[in-house]
Structures are given as C-alpha cells and as structure tokens.
Design a protein around this ligand. Sequence first.
Ligand code: GDP
Length: 301
Amino acid sequence: TSKFKEGLTKTRTAFVGKIEDLITRRKKIDEMFYEELEEILIGADVGVNTVMELIDDLRAEVKKRKIENAAELQPILSEKLVDLLKGNASTSLRMADQGMTVILFVGVNGVGKTTTIGKLAHKFKSEGKSVLLAAGDTFRAGAIEQLEVWGKRVGVDVIKQESGADPAAVMYDAVHAAKQRGVDVLLCDTAGRLQNKHNLMEELNKIFRVIQREVPSAPHEVLLVLDAATGQNALSQAKLFGEKSGVTGLVLTKLDGTAKGGIVIAIRNELDLPVKLVGLGEKMDDLQEFDSEQFVHALFG
Ligand code: GDP
C-alpha cells in the first residue's frame, strides 16, 4: 500500500487534494458543486464518458441517501471508484497450471516495456522462480542491449539474435532454451508493431504459432504496456490495440510521475481489459500488481 501511496502522490494532490478543497469550500452539494467536481475529475484524466457516468451515479446515491453535506460524499465517491475499478476480470497474472508460463509484452516505444519486463523478472526471481528473457524486439535500435542491461541487473539470461532478425525466430530459440533449462517463466519482449491493428495481430499470430508448438497453453498473458503519463493517449492506444488483438491485460507505467492517474479509472470503465500491473518508478521494486481497493485507498487514504 505504501508503494501505491508514494507513487500516486502527484495524482493524489491533483485529484483528491482538489476534491477535499472543494468539499471544505462549498460544504453543500448543489449544482455548482457537481460542476466543479466534474471539472476536477476531467482534469485528472478520468475521461469525459466515465466522469458523466460517475456524476450520474453520485447524484442518484445522494438523492437516495438524502445527503446534503459535501463532507459525506467522499466515502461514497471512494466506494463508486472501487466498484468501477474492480470490474469482473481478475487482476492477477495468469500462470501456467503446470510447467512454464509464457508472457508476451507489446507496446509502442518508450512506454516502459523493457523496464516492466526487468521489474517483473526481478519479482518472479524474488519469489524463487527461474526466469528467462526473450529479446523479441529486434526492430528498435538498442532494444536488445537495453534488455540485456536489465537481465544483468536482475541476474537472468537473455535469449537474443541480431538486430533486425525475425522476432518469431528469436521466440523459437527462447522457448527451446527455456524448455531445455526447465525455466518457470519466460518473459518475451516484442516489437509489437502498433502502427495498426492488422500488423500487430499478424506479428503476434506468428509468434503465437511458434510458442504454441512447444507450449500449447501459451502464451498465458499478452500484456499491452501503456504510459499513464500520456493520459487520454494511453486510453486511445488501449482502445485501438487492446481489444480483439489477443491482448489479455494492461500494464500502466509511470503512474508516479504523473497527475493523470485518473486514466486508470477511465481505462477500467471504458475497456473490457483488466489492469494487471502498474509501474510506480524506475527501480526494480517499483512494480505492483493492480488492486482496486489499494489504489483508491492510496488516493484517499
Ligand atoms: P520501452 O521503449 O517501452 O522499452 O521503454 P523503457 O523501458 O526503455 O522506458 C522508457 C523510460 O521510461 C525509461 O527512462 C524508464 O526508466 C522509464 N520508466 C519506465 N517505467 C517507469 C515507471 O513506472 N515510472 C517512471 N518514473 N519511469 C518509468
């Protein structure tokens, strides 16, 4: 919880700080109150659609409970946010029932894909699992070296080929090596060409086929990595590439550096994809499994 709390400082100040200020300033729940609340939520990148729904919900609840004091609204707002963030899908990573777990990562350059892979490798290692990394992003200059830096830092091997090699060939090598070594978790970087959905699906399908030949139940997760600091942009990317591309979950990075943490709420409300992990800093330990209650708690608590 404290990691969440620390990481969400900027969002908390922008979001909850302003709400608290509004509550003490206006005291009564009236039209002006709702209007200002709406502005604050939109300003925190909760997204217009989600804000409208949330305000409608609040209005209904306020009416039902016959509340007039603004101070009484905060617990209701937290409740509504937790409900909204919870959704139905599980937020924990899906692991293989037995044998090796394979997780693929996709995302545009710079969102924090490599960093997330490194952090997750560290997390699995500290749980006593053996990990191998696959340098499947053969497209971006420096991607392989960067993954190797993380591999060294965390103490796990990286399977790679030359820059420009066929990613599917790298995956083939990686799955073979992982099987041979009896590795618990294989984390695969991909170039995940996100120029359009068609390219992404084509590349992923090719990789899927190679992996599934060796591990029929894999990949166990395909995680789309998004930079929370880009706010509504992250939401658009998630909408464009998240659904129907084989993506099974989202990772939201850089929540620590942004006041736009409300984007988590928009993404949860507008998409049918679970947020599985959040990045709360650049260091090895700065990765958390997403938990809606902890998240809202860290915001208001
Ligand atoms: P990639 O191109 O998607 O592989 O992105 P990188 O993993 O290289 O990350 C791009 C930059 O974002 C690097 O400087 C990382 O240190 C930084 N970064 C990644 N995740 C986080 C995060 O959760 N918080 C912060 N503050 N920085 C992050």
